[in-house]
Structures are given as structure tokens and as C-alpha cells.
Design a protein around this ligand. Structure first.
Ligand SMILES: C[S@@+](CC[C@H](N)C(=O)[O-])C[C@H]1O[C@@H](n2cnc3c(N)ncnc32)[C@H](O)[C@@H]1O
Length: 214
């Protein structure tokens, strides 16, 4: 996603109580941040936050953490969540590659990967948010009954992600090559709306941990 720099975005987001500036400090203590024992789910690469705002509104008894790299998109997440007066969302500007510096073992329930960058060139595959290199980090922070939910428009990324997951401790419990032809509850993301308007098919899977061998 190419974005023009918006000098106002950083000061606006830093003022928000939804934004956590120093997430490493809360490793193992995220329940204190939310002030309850509800489960905590992550959207990794949340973009402008339509999905996280909608899902958090529909599920007030689940906590959500929205993570992206850029203040320029996160400022829109902040605005959407504040407009809806959501108290069950927190927003982080952080590189997902360091996810296990922010969350402790078993601290996280479901992980949503919505339209992650597909990195189609072989030399860039390692940057994928489903690459085995990073799956081991998810493996560490999720609880045994967690689900990973992935949506994408990119077939090669989808099929490779299935392989990565199956070879690295996860079972694929559901998959479809055309989510919108199925009768499944679904919350649209910004990218999904864009791809649907172009008539593209959206692929979707859920994955769960195989039994852990510790
Ligand atoms: C294609 S956009 C999808 C946005 C949104 N999930 C949607 O479906 O509309 C991918 C997003 O992932 C973010 N992203 C990619 N790699 C990341 C990383 N390593 N850490 C944090 N965010 C990342 C990008 O900044 C971008 O906003």
C-alpha cells in the first residue's frame, strides 16, 4: 500500500487512549490493558481498520488488537473505533515480525490475516506473514484452541500458505476458493471490497493447531 506521508497522522494517533506506544511493556499483561479476562484476537496488517472496527462492534466480549506499520493507515483505524466508541480495541504500530516480543505464550486467541501482502517472487517469500519463519512465532503466542483465519485474492499465496501451515503444526479445518459463493458469516475488509468490485474471487481458510508436542 503506497501512502502519501501525512504529518498530522502521528500526533493524532499518539493522543488516543486506544493506541499503545510501548507494546513490549505489556507482554503477558494484555488483560490488564483491556481490564478484563476476555480473549484477545489479533488482526495482522489491519490497514485502515474497517474489519477490526466491525468485528469489535459485533463482539463486545472479545478484545482485538489491530497491528500495522504505518501511522498513515492506523489513524483511520483510530477514527473508526472512536466513532463507534469501542473499548475492546487497541492499536499498535509495530512490525509483525517481532510479534513474540509483544505477546506471551498462549496469550492470544484467533489471528486474522486479511489480504496480507502476497510477496509472489521466490526471493521475497520469506516476507510473507504465513511463512514458516513467522508461523513458529504465532505458534508460541496462541492458545491451544486458537484459529488462524486467512483471506486473500492471491491463489499462489493461498496455496503456499496451506502448505506452510500444514507442514508447521497446523491443520486446515476449512478452505474455499470462493468465499462469497459460500454461506459463511463474513466481515468485509477495505481490500476485499476493492477486489469484489473488480469481480475477483476471494479465498479463505481457517487453521487450528495440531496437538502440541512440547
Ligand atoms: C494489502 S494491505 C491489507 C489491509 C487490510 N487487512 C485489508 O484487508 O483491507 C496489507 C497491510 O499489511 C501491512 N503490513 C505488511 N507487512 C507488515 C508487517 N511486517 N508488520 C505490520 N504490518 C504489515 C501493510 O502496511 C498493509 O497495511
Amino acid at each position: 500500500m503506497r501512502l502519501r506521508r501525512k504529518a498530522w497522522a502521528e500526533p493524532e494517533i499518539l493522543e488516543s487512549s486506544l493506541f499503545i506506544q510501548n507494546p513490549r511493556e505489556f507482554k503477558g499483561r494484555w488483560r490488564e490493558v483491556f481490564g478484563n479476562d476476555n480473549k484477545i484476537c489479533l488482526e495482522l496488517g489491519c490497514g485502515k481498520g474497517k474489519f477490526i472496527a466491525d468485528i469489535a462492534k459485533q463482539n463486545p466480549n472479545i478484545n482485538f488488537v489491530a497491528i500495522d506499520l504505518k501511522f498513515e493507515v492506523l489513524v483511520y483505524v483510530k477514527r473508526k473505533c472512536e466513532e463507534l466508541s469501542l473499548t475492546n480495541v487497541r492499536i499498535l504500530a509495530f512490525d509483525i515480525n517481532y510479534i513474540n516480543e509483544m505477546f506471551d505464550k498462549g496469550e492470544i486467541s484467533d489471528i486474522y490475516l486479511n489480504f496480507s501482502t502476497p510477496w509472489p517472487k521466490a526471493k521475497h517469500n520469506k516476507r510473507r506473514l504465513t511463512h514458516p519463519r513467522i508461523l513458529t512465532k504465532y505458534f508460541d503466542i496462541i492458545s491451544d484452541d486458537s484459529k488462524i483465519r486467512l483471506k486473500t485474492d492471491h491463489e499462489v499465496f493461498f496455496l503456499d500458505s496451506i502448505e506452510y501451515l500444514e507442514e508447521n503444526g497446523f491443520n486446515i479445518t476449512y478452505k474455499t476458493m470462493d468465499l462469497h459463493s459460500e454461506n459463511i458469516d463474513n466481515i468485509l475488509t477495505e481490500y476485499e471490497e476493492k477486489f469484489l468490485n473488480k469481480g475477483m474471487k476471494i479465498m479463505y481458510l481457517t487453521a487450528e493447531l495440531k496437538e502440541r508436542k512440547n
